[in-house]
Design a protein around this ligand. Structure first.
Ligand code: FES
Length: 304
């Protein structure tokens, strides 16, 4: 095997030139993050699920981000109090110093969990997420420098450190806006089954004789795609839409009564829709099943 890479053809060179810069950065970066957090490991991929927040039933990243944002906001307030009257408000400079470093330490957790979530995005949300993440890393660096300056003077009283803190507020304001854009406009990490309709009564969806054994089968109930599986004399049914990003669970794989999403490999237990492995953090809605006149009938379970 040659050690030299194949020379690029003119076509491949043109294709590379056409690929947006954000994609050229994002693709290898996502692969790298995937390796670090074990995205391609066999289930249960506990480290990735831990970072995604599967254990919490809620994405972990937004829970953590509130802490540095709150600390840095309060630090800015303390800096203003100190700058207004440095002699009588020396305590405020010391308080801002503590808040700045506390925010930096916790922001590392926000960066790690955010990277884990971002590694499963693509398209516009990936591009916005890349910018959001880059700005937040820059913010953490700015605050780390700000802390260094405050610490160096011994009393926390550093005008440049305080000014850097104000710069940080401006930059994380933009970054937070982009994070909100991802969630509220593009639906990143929003439960994609949250608005699924539930019928009022059982609805026939397929003849029992047409339902194959041990195979994922897509049906529709109350206008909602549902995936069925027949396991011996039992039939299990959950929503066919993956809560994580809307992947088609009926096109996934089935093993030991557990379905794996074809998009990012979240795993759900068919018998109750429970999420076992992230990046999904919410369960798939479960359906009750009954047989009437040779027809399989389903109704979304209450509370699911
Ligand atoms: S859509 Fe992402 S794991 Fe299913």
């Amino acid at each position: 095997m040659s050690d030299h890479p194949e020379p690029a053809s003119p076509d491949s060179t043109k294709a590379a030139a056409r690929t947006p810069l954000a994609d050229r950065i994002s693709e290898p970066l996502q692969r790298f993050i995937g390796v670090l957090i074990g995205s391609n490991h066999r289930p249960p991929r506990w480290f990735k699920s831990l970072l995604n927040g599967t254990w919490l039933g809620h994405p972990l990243h937004p829970v953590i981000t509130d802490i540095p944002i709150g600390a840095w906001t309060l630090a800015a307030l303390f800096d203003i109090i100190w700058l207004v009257s440095p002699t009588s408000n020396a305590w405020a400079a010391r308080g801002a110093e503590v808040l700045v470093i506390a925010g930096v330490v916790v922001s590392l957790g926000a960066i790690v969990t955010g990277s884990a979530d971002w590694s499963d995005t693509y398209g516009r949300e990936r591009t916005i997420g890349l910018l959001h993440g880059a700005l937040m890393i820059l913010v953490a660096i700015v605050y780390a420098v700000s802390f260094g300056l405050r610490y160096t003077v011994g009393s926390g009283e550093s005008v440049v450190g305080a000014v850097l803190g104000f710069v940080g507020v401006a930059v994380w304001g933009v970054a937070a806006f982009l994070g909100g854009e991802m969630v509220f406009t593009l639906g990143t990490n929003v439960n994609h089954t949250a608005w699924e309709a539930a019928g009022e009564d059982f609805e026939p969806v397929i003849a029992l004789n047409d339902l194959p054994e041990n195979r994922l089968t897509r049906v529709v109930a109350a206008g909602v795609p549902v995936v069925l599986v027949r396991l011996g004399d039992k039939i299990a049914a959950i929503s066919a839409t993956c809560p994580h990003a809307g992947g088609p669970l009926d096109e996934g794989s089935l093993e030991d009564g557990v379905v794996t999403c074809p998009w990012h490999s979240s795993r759900f237990r068919m018998r109750d829709g429970r999420v076992l492995t992230g990046p999904a953090t919410t369960n798939a809605p479960r359906y009750n099943v009954r047989i009437r006149d040779g027809q399989v009938e389903v109704l979304r379970a209450q509370g699911h």
